[in-house]
Design a protein around this ligand. Sequence first.
Ligand SMILES: [Zn+2]
Length: 206
Amino acid sequence: MQFKTPYVAKVVYPSLVWDMPSDENRIYLTFDDGPHPDITVSVLELLEKYNARATFFCVGENVEKFPETFKHIKSQGHSVGNHTYNHLNGWKTNNNNYFANVEKANKLIGSNLYRPPYGRISPAQIKQLKQNYKIIMWSVLSYDFDARVSRESCLENSIKNSRPGSIIVFHDSEKSKEKMFYACEGFLDYFSQKGVEFASITEKNV
Ligand SMILES: [Zn+2]
């Protein structure tokens, strides 16, 4: 299981953002697939407890269903990014449909940060989207969505592979919630005690 993004991916796709600057004592938590009216709100409460800011890559159709939750994320000082309207897999989607779906989500989300669902995006899609978006990948995948990973292992591996500048992926979704809450709280606790600050990725700092 590949918790840490392999070096080769960063070399092959240098125009994607894999890490943030490491010279500041900051870690960048990201939450994909929301907003969800209960789970996302609980994540916001958890983040507040640690005075942490994060970045939420939202699915357009969920923003449409839960506009209040979406507003709530932004009102707490977190950033939002585009994760397509229907959580499309770029490798399996015709380019025109893919770009139209991203644009449909953009009308609801209004961010120039973009994260491809499943991390799957073709070179042609990158070339097109990078004209309007910063494409944000990750340094560490928590595997909170994976039934084969225990919550303890999810936490332990997320901590072990993270350092200042790391971008970590969690999911504010039904499928991931149990492991996500356990690992995310443990992660916040561990790094807060080390004096690390949790910051959001913004159009300015990326
Ligand atoms: Zn996703």
